[in-house]
Design a binder for this molecule. Structure first.
Ligand code: NAD
Ligand code: 89V
Length: 343
């Protein structure tokens, strides 16, 4: 079968990982790129040998016959670009955060559904191999029925050097990083009915919150705590590791710093190293995230080829995005927020 022909829109900081990832993805290649910044267009075009370069997304859609677009711009442009893809009947991947607001995200899902066009959100954290390893333990029934989870991301890594815009928005850690961790909670324990949230800004040099603590009721009956911080200086910097505790009716799972997985269950206790591989183009400490980029892009190609819905489809991601909106609303009101009312 012929390779799928894709185009990348947005050639910034993270898109370089996606371009490397496409080289490692079977069944697709990027044949054109687009960025309104000529310098980024040249840097990425030259590095990856892409001759077809567009400064304007409308010109890209007019000029190319595409099987998909990979939208790697920041959130304000996501809705117009996804709706443009839908108008051209081109399947689209859209980076997280899906959109500036839940109303925008719902409109994007509707536009693609009405056009009959697949839409996937690049929500890659659940594709990290250590997270997949935790899910595999749950799925094989080793710890019985999960009743508690703690999904934790605490760090003092300087994310602002690579992504300076993160220091300027009124919303920071929940919208940018917490969104991944909330999605992992959904991935491991199922959909959420209620969330209670508290936030704080410890680093006074940034505009948004850099600490968030969230308590959730899952429809399964499980309770989870999702806690995120970019204000936590630790002896050994864990970025970008997500640490996980799951307690079940027959045992427990602990994913500890250093990618150490301890499972105590029906078969006793096992300790294993679930470190992600260091891909040829990857660099520590980002290799965990970089590997997940290849995994989610391969999933997209497999879904397009088979005609199946991606696990992080636009429709699915509305439930993760609603958690973000609910967490901000609950942090402001200091009241629990019901998810049903938002979806
Ligand atoms: P960036 O600012 O470095 O890059 C964005 C690029 O998009 C810029 O080069 C900009 O010129 C271009 N652009 C913006 N609007 C455009 C438009 N309408 N048409 C053409 N080009 C346009 O941002 P970044 O740090 O690379 O982040 C991009 C997205 O990736 C964000 O949504 C961010 O949250 C997300 N991200 C995801 C992960 C992950 O692990 N999934 C990690 C980092 C960033
Ligand atoms: O994954 C992300 O969205 C990144 C980072 C890990 C730095 O928060 O912005």
């Amino acid at each position: 079968m012929a390779e799928l022909r894709g185009a990348l829109i947005g050639c910034g900081f993270f898109a370089v990982n996606q371009m490397h990832g496409w080289r490692d993805t079977a069944g697709a290649s990027i044949i054109a790129i687009c960025d309104r910044d000529p310098e980024r267009l040249q840097i990425v075009g030259d590095e990856f040998g892409i001759a077809k370069r567009y400064a304007d997304a409308a010109a890209l859609f007019e000029g190319e016959t595409l099987d998909f677009v990979d939208i790697a711009t920041t959130a304000p442009s996501h809705r117009p670009l996804v709706e443009m893809a839908a108008r051209h009947r081109v399947p689209a991947i859209c980076q997280k955060p899906f959109a500036p607001t839940l109303a925008d995200a719902k409109a994007m899902v509707k536009a693609c559904t009405d056009a009959g066009v697949p839409l996937m959100v690049h929500e890659n954290f659940r594709w990290q191999s250590p997270i997949q390893a935790v899910r595999a333990v749950i799925d094989r029934g080793e710890i019985g029925t999960p009743f508690f989870g703690r999904i934790s991301f605490r760090s003092a890594y300087d994310v602002f050097s690579g992504q300076p815009y993160l220091a300027t928005g009124k919303r920071f850690i929940i919208e940018d990083l917490g969104i991944h961790i909330l999605d992992i909670a959904r991935f491991l324990l199922g959909d959420v009915s209620t969330i209670t949230a508290r936030t704080a800004r410890i680093n006074q040099a940034i505009a948004g919150e850099d600490v968030a603590t969230m308590l959730m009721d899952h429809a399964s009956g499980a309770t989870s705590v999702v806690d995120c911080s970019y204000a936590s200086k630790l002896a050994v910097e864990p970025f970008p590791e997500t640490l996980i505790e799951i307690d079940g009716s027959n045992g427990t799972i602990r994913l500890a710093q250093g990618y150490q997985l301890t499972v105590t269950g029906k078969s006793g206790t096992t300790v294993s190293d679930v470190s992600p591989p260091l891909l040829a183009w990857a660099s520590r400490p980002w290799h965990n995230i970089q590997e997940s980029v290849v995994a989610i892009q391969q999933h997209w190609v497999d879904c397009l080829t088979k005609g199946t819905e991606p696990v992080t489809s636009g429709a699915d991601n509305l439930k993760t995005f609603a958690l973000v909106e609910a967490a901000y609303a609950g942090a402001a009101s200091r009241e629990p927020v019901q998810l049903d009312a938002l979806l």
